[in-house]
Ligand binder design. Sequence first.
Ligand SMILES: [Zn+2]
Ligand SMILES: [Zn+2]
Length: 170
Amino acid sequence: MKTELWEKVSHFHGHKCPGLAIGYQAALLAKEVLEISEIIEDEDIVCLSETDACGVDAIQVVLKATLGTGSMQIHYLGKHAFNIYNRKNGKKARFVLCDPIQFPSKEEKLAYLLSKNPRDLFAIKETISDFPQKARIYDAIPCAICGEHTAQNALIFTNDKQVCKTCQNS
Ligand SMILES: [Zn+2]
Ligand SMILES: [Zn+2]
C-alpha cells in the first residue's frame, strides 16, 4: 500500500519505519471507526498517545492532532496505544496494537504492517480517560529570578515569588 498520504507522512517524519506505519494504520482505523470526516479542522481530533515514538508523527499528519495545537498529548505508558477523540461527534476509542510479530528485518516488518487491513492490527478498547481539555491559553508573566516570560500554569509559587521551573531546580 503506497499511497500519497503515506508518502506525506514519511516525508514529515523523515524516514519510513515500522513505528510510523503503526501510527499511520491507527490513524486510518480511527478515521473509519470514529467517523472522522475528510476535512479535519484544527482541534477536531485529539490524541492522547501512550507512546512518544515514531507513530505519533503519523497521527499528527493524518488526523491533524498536533502538539502545537494541544491536540496531541503524550501520556507515556510505553505502549503502542493511542486514545483518539472526535470532538465533532463525541466518538472516542483506544487503539492498541495486537501482539507484535517479530521479523528478521525492519523492512519486512514495515511491509507487513502496511499490507494489513488496520482492523487486523489493533484491538479497539475504551479510552483511558475522558475527553482531554481544549488547549488553554495562559497569560505569561516574568519569572521573579530570570525575568523570562513564563506561562502562569508553569510558574511555581515559592517565598511569595513566582519562579519558573528552571530557576526552581537550579
Ligand atoms: Zn521512525
Ligand atoms: Zn526563571
